[in-house]
Write a protein that binds this ligand. Structure first.
Ligand code: FCB
Length: 435
């Protein structure tokens, strides 16, 4: 059973999350081409070459979507602004794009929903991607400029903002593993992206502070438990390298703890020149940190170039896309963050959820939510200042390179008719929140 609202501290926020490219429909409203459009248009990159041009048509149907959020008894909505919609060429403002987010934020407020903005959830304008995107230091000032434009328009009405969603995905998944746009498999591109993405975060924070954003400014990072596949020392070492790259690099840099040695072993030669000079700018004081947590993976030694790690399938129950379900990992990360990195900084769970095959009676989702909310309660009981929990996702949507097959939503979307239908989990959550 999903724990009742009353079993959380007063003021604890419950919300649901989405991102622009995954739901809006990039083909509407004068959005520019983004690197996700061209990545998806290239054979082999996304399931069925599916893209976000239509997605859930949220740009046309946002009022209904906000009604469904409010109808579930949720308090907050985590959404993102599409850079390519706001600035189709990366620098020139598209008034229609800003108008859309203006209306959306007013729509949240009129329904009593607190807007949690993420400036960037991956839809980089192609004009900037073509200049090297995250590999090119130029992106840092472009990104800060984009954040300032968005903040200038809707900053007076948002509850909280994060600069970036999941720098690990922006850099490693997209430049080393080649799974997300721009689809590179190049360690030097990765080293540059991993540094520039953090410098862009810090530079944007400084710019937003200068523009008057005094509080509720943060960053959203993803964490994934990295366990050794067996107890051989080389597997243990492989898991530790994976942990450094995935779970330590970004949070350490943001918290002023420098880059982790186990990741620097392989990445230092590929960082941009004079990277050390940027560490202070990266480590801007923040008001909160967002934690995205889904799963754990098992790692083993892989002969070959650094980082010499390979994933092996684990034994736990899995979601539609093969991710192991392990709720205790959420409590472990929240406690570890407090202990080792974030201290008393308020935390939010900004994403947690699972994909299930198309079904309206999604008991598996209710169980997943119950397990992870229980883990969140445990972390709170052990002293973590956790302020809220956002389910990923409000709606079934475009799951990046996996296309429209994986369904993460509390609400079913029929991609032919665009009809929305709340699943059993939406009803169960509503019951838990309303008491
Ligand atoms: C996260 C992303 C989100 C979604 C979920 C399943 O890594 O932030 O956009 O794809 O995974």
């Amino acid at each position: 059973m999903i724990p009742a609202r009353s079993s959380f501290p007063p003021g604890f926020l419950f919300g649901a999350a989405t991102s622009a490219y995954q739901i809006e429909g990039a083909g509407f409203g004068g959005a520019g081409v983004s690197h996700w459009d061209s990545f998806a248009a290239t054979p082999g990159n996304t399931a069925g070459a599916q893209d976000g041009s239509r997605a859930c048509e949220h740009v046309l149907r946002w009022e209904e979507d906000l009604d469904l959020l409010a109808g579930a008894g949720l308090d907050a909505y985590r959404f993102s602004t599409s850079w390519a919609r706001v600035m189709p060429d990366g620098v020139t403002v598209n008034p229609e794009g800003l108008d859309f987010y203006d209306r959306l934020v007013d729509g949240m407020l009129s329904r009593g929903l607190k807007p949690f903005l993420t400036f960037y959830h991956w839809d980089m304008p192609s004009a900037l991607a073509m200049r090297g995107g995250w590999q090119n230091r130029e992106i840092v000032d472009h990104f800060a400029g984009f954040c300032r434009v968005v903040h200038g328009r809707i900053g007076d009405r948002i509850e909280a903002a994060a600069t970036l969603n999941e720098p690990w995905c922006i850099s490693w998944l997209s430049h080393f593993l080649g799974i997300h746009a721009p689809g590179l498999c190049d360690i030097r591109a990765t080293g540059h992206a991993m540094h520039h993405v953090m410098l862009a975060h810090g530079t944007a924070v400084a710019a937003l502070r200068a523009d008057g954003m005094r509080d509720n400014l943060g960053l959203v990072l993803n964490f994934e438990t990295a366990h050794p596949a067996d107890d051989r020392p080389e597997s243990v070492a492989a898991a530790a390298r994976q942990d450094a790259i995935y779970n330590r690099w970004f949070v350490q840099a943001a918290m002023g703890q420098g880059y982790p040695a186990l990741a620097m072993e392989g990445l230092e030669p590929h960082l941009p020149p004079r990277w050390q000079d940027d560490l202070a700018m990266i480590a801007q004081p923040l008001d909160w940190l967002g934690v995205n947590y889904y799963t754990r993976k098992l790692h083993t030694f892989d002969p070959g170039p650094w980082p010499q790690t390979a994933e092996v399938p684990g034994p736990l129950p899995k979601t539609q896309i093969g991710w192991e379900i392990r709720p205790e990992g959420l409590a472990e990360f929240l406690l570890r963050l407090k202990r080792e990195h974030t201290g008393d900084l308020p935390l939010y769970v900004t994403e947690n959820g699972l994909a299930l095959a198309d079904e309206a009676e999604d008991q598996g989702r209710i169980d997943y939510l119950a397990g992870h909310l229980q883990a969140a309660r445990q972390a709170i009981a052990e002293g973590v200042d956790l302020r809220g929990f956002f389910y990923w996702s409000l709606l079934d949507n475009y799951e990046w390179s996996l296309g429209y097959g994986p369904r993460f939503g509390l609400i079913h979307v029929d991609y032919q008719t665009m009809r929305r239908m709340p699943k059993a989990s939406w009803h169960a959550l509503r019951a838990a929140l309303r008491g």
